[in-house]
Design a protein around this ligand. Sequence first.
Ligand code: HEM
Length: 459
Amino acid sequence: MLPRDWIKWLVDQPENILSHGKVHGEKLGLRYLFPGFDYTADMALITAIRLHLTRNLSKVQGDLVNEIKNTTDATFGVDEQTWTEVNLLEAMNTIVLKSSGIVLFGQSLCHNEKFMRSMKKFGDVFGAGMLIVGQLIPSIFRRMVGCLFLIPIAYYRTSCTRYLWPVFAERLESMKRGEMDPAFNYDAPKDLITWTIRAALDMKDKAIEGPGPVLKRFTLVVFSSNHRHNLIDQLANRPDPKTSGAISSSSVTAANTLLDILSSDPSLHYYQTLRVEAESVFPTAEDWVLSAGLLKLRHMDSAIRESLRRSPILVRGLWREVMPINGVTLPDGQHLRQGAWIGVPVPGIHNDERFHDQPEVYDPFRFVSSSLKGEVADAENCKATMLTMTNDTFLPFGYARHSCPGRWFASHLLKLVLAYIVAHYDIQPLCERPLNHIWGEHPVPPPWTMIRVKRRKVT
Ligand code: HEM
């Protein structure tokens, strides 16, 4: 593990000196579960997420809010008289998965129960493979055990492809025709399928010659480059027919944020502060669909950032493999041989008092800019402490070149989900914060944590 002071050196090294892809191919078992799949080559999907998805957030907000409202109401109930007990992690999983499905797969697929079930099954078997092959067994057994997963992975991927193929084929055809024929007026749906094809077309990617290759990569990369997220799914998932999907980093983060708020001293009124903020930013139904409001949710932004500081989804990050045959020399002169792995201790850095004042204290509003707290602050300072801003002392989304391209979407989704919950539901406080369990590399809230919720009376 390297100290924080060497992070800049680490992320500046090119792939042929310190390789990001090599570690992930091995650590996630991708080499054995998808022999021949070039994980590092998928720039179209990363671009689609980083650029197109992020730029279109304001345009999809209406659909997203609608989906959040429907799934939250169905999961938490709408009875204003009685308290309902719900499993926190399952509830966050259902809400986050169903709501984000609308942006990732579009209206028709997201509401197709059979497709969503196939995606879940694929995610389950793929996640189990990544966890067992990539993290739990010694490297000499990886190839052999990886073989056992090849058939179920191929089977479930084929079931997903049955639904995705016609959508990809039709979309690709229409988008290509729209480029060639100005008279053909095609308004492609706003979802990740469209944006992945768009990015691949813009890059003149050869894979775009037919729907097959781009679809294969879409299915694999939505799961594999989202790898950590799926490992967490496996770790936290309980077999329960009611749960409809895999648990993602976003659901774990939503659960951590609620747990931190609910188990803090009630006299500090954190939940109430977030509710007042949500109500003032979204006073009417029309305001919920305006993305400008999101920027005003500064307390919510800070509360999520604080929970990610305390409970990042990984205990070690920024993994790299030493590539040169002669090894590399660290900034202090220490020599590392070829094949060695290096990374950084994320919670150690997040809990270092040199970088965060009183790091052991849960202070959900520590990142709210000083101007909102009545002090003078400059615009740069406000921006630097926003949820999506990474630096070498805040690493839940990674840092620099390979940092999470989905964090703007995750921030948008999480703020809307949590704002909707605090504005519409009362939740009973918890006596104490249940400790997260570390499974493999992943801290996860206990999957059996229950909360009691009741719909607020509308006066
Ligand atoms: C709170 C939610 C999330 C957290 C905490 C999170 C965290 C991370 C982390 C730590 C990495 C690894 C960075 C590295 O290797 O150094 C990563 C990578 C990645 N994430 Fe996320 N993520 C979240 C949500 C999302 C979402 C919603 C998407 C997709 C829409 C996404 C897509 C990706 C992709 C494609 C990569 C691989 C990037 C690359 O290899 O260059 N993430 N994420």
